[in-house]
Design a protein around this ligand. Structure first.
Ligand SMILES: Nc1nc2c(ncn2[C@@H]2O[C@H](COP(=O)(O)OP(=O)(O)OP(=O)(O)O)[C@@H](O)[C@H]2O)c(=O)[nH]1
Ligand SMILES: [Mg+2]
Length: 325
């Protein structure tokens, strides 16, 4: 059944793509199967992360970048993730208006996701959706997410190239975050460069790049843009193409793909074991009692975990229940 949907998605059918994304969002039981099936069709897209403070112009930039890419005949997949709001609120509604022309373009696929559960969960879901967009033959996949702190950057792991969008006004606030930003950015964009202070901020960032850890293959460029007027957008795209080429030529793209595959393996193991163990706890009275004592604070959770994991009878029971599945 789901194989049918996957085939339709691979052949470019948009409703099938939407359905598979919804499955991933809900964490349906066949997500593993879906990911396995699409794997051979992934790895072609250039995945670009666009992050930065609220209102810095990420969506406007995404919109204009998409127009630029469409002019070149490239297909685009966009995932807008909002880790701060529990609903798809005003910002996303504004995006819908702004991106109107792209919503009507069958070569552009746009999806918004708001927070559900932990940030780690959101990041795992985003990564899967990005893979799906890649498998759906999008040439360029853009991930837009609000972020200024370290915690949000986890989502950016999945991107080949990360664009950090700042605005002149954010100058002082950025000072304290600089180390983290330098770590994550492949390209800096000072957007709203029609405003005062843009040049100063760009120089400031360039200095920080120069004083930061040096990379003999790629020096993080600082671009100035006026996204709403489409100024600097083509230049930004050129830089991203350069970056991707450096990643390919230096072998870093392959390295990071290897890392992703390994980390994904551990994530799946962790998720599966966790899920199985929760099921076991819900069915086993003794374990239920143990958890109750942890809840009450009678038993320390570290101690309880050690006890459980060193109980060979219990582990044997777990093993047997798995075989019965
Ligand atoms: N003056 C000026 N305004 C801009 C520029 N780029 C975008 N804007 C405006 O800035 C506002 C916010 O832009 P968005 O693209 O929604 O910013 P965002 O980073 O996606 O915002 P969130 O998704 O809410 O975090 C909009 O009103 C844009 O029209 C620019 O270069 N100069
Ligand atoms: Mg936005």
């Amino acid at each position: 059944m789901v194989d049918d949907v996957i085939d339709k998605m691979l052949s470019g059918q948009v409703p099938a793509l939407s359905r598979l994304i919804s499955k991933i969002e809900r964490g349906d039981g066949d997500v593993g199967h879906i990911m396995e099936k699409i794997r051979p069709h992934t790895g072609q897209a250039h995945t670009i992360g666009i992050t930065g403070p609220p209102g810095s112009g990420k969506s406007t930039l995404t919109d204009k970048l998409t127009s630029h890419l469409r002019e070149q005949g490239k297909t685009v997949g966009i995932l807008a993730v909002d880790p701060s709001s529990p609903f798809s609120g005003g910002a996303l509604l504004g995006d819908r208006l702004r991106m109107r022309q792209h919503y009507l373009d069958p070569a552009v696929f746009i999806r918004s996701m708001a927070t559900r559960g932990a940030l780690g969960g959101l990041s795992a879901v985003s990564k899967r959706v990005l893979k799906l967009l890649d498998a759906a033959q999008k040439d360029v996949v853009i991930l837009e997410t609000v972020g200024v702190g370290q915690t949000e950057f986890g989502v950016m792991d999945a991107a080949d190239s990360v664009v950090v969008v700042l605005v002149p006004e954010a100058g002082d606030a950025i000072q304290t975050l600089k180390a983290g930003l330098l770590e994550v950015a492949d390209v800096f964009v000072v957007n709203k460069s029609d405003r005062t202070g843009a040049k100063r901020m760009a120089t400031d960032l360039e200095m920080s790049v120069m004083m930061g850890p040096q990379d003999d293959q790629w020096t993080v460029p600082v671009m100035q843009t006026q996204a709403h007027r489409n100024i600097g957008v083509a230049e930004l795209w050129d830089k991203l193409v350069d970056h991707r080429k450096v990643l390919e030529d230096s072998g870093r793209l392959e390295d990071s793909r290897r890392n992703h595959r390994r980390e994904e393996f551990f994530e799946v193991i962790q998720e599966t074991v966790n899920q199985q163990f929760r099921t076991l706890v819900s069915q086993d009275a003794d374990l239920g009692g143990l958890i109750a004592r942890v809840e009450n604070g009678e038993l320390d959770s570290y101690h309880a975990a050690q006890e459980v994991l060193s109980d060979s009878v219990l582990l044997q029971g777990w093993f047997t229940s798995l075989q019965g599945e």
